[in-house]
Design a protein around this ligand. Structure first.
Ligand SMILES: [Zn+2]
Ligand SMILES: [Zn+2]
Length: 68
């Protein structure tokens, strides 16, 4: 069985993530899978002086997080 992100084999006795979409992943590949495959919605903003969240931009700039 291979990892859906990096394509390498999932080793015995190592933690394997089983995503709700059905794929199996290395623990360290989990973040990449979620970002690439599921792209959860998020807002980018700042915390103002009153400690409240203020939206700066709502995911307009999809600056793809480059993964080496
Ligand atoms: Zn992997
Ligand atoms: Zn998934």
């Amino acid at each position: 069985m291979n990892c859906a992100v990096c394509g390498n084999e999932l080793l015995c006795d190592r933690a394997v993530f089983h995503c709700s979409c059905g794929v199996y992943l290395h623990a360290h590949c989990w973040n990449n899978h979620v970002i690439q495959a599921h792209q959860p919605e998020f807002e980018i903003g700042v915390v103002n002086l009153s400690g409240e969240f203020e939206v700066r931009s709502a995911k307009e700039n999809t600056e793809a997080t480059s993964t080496e």
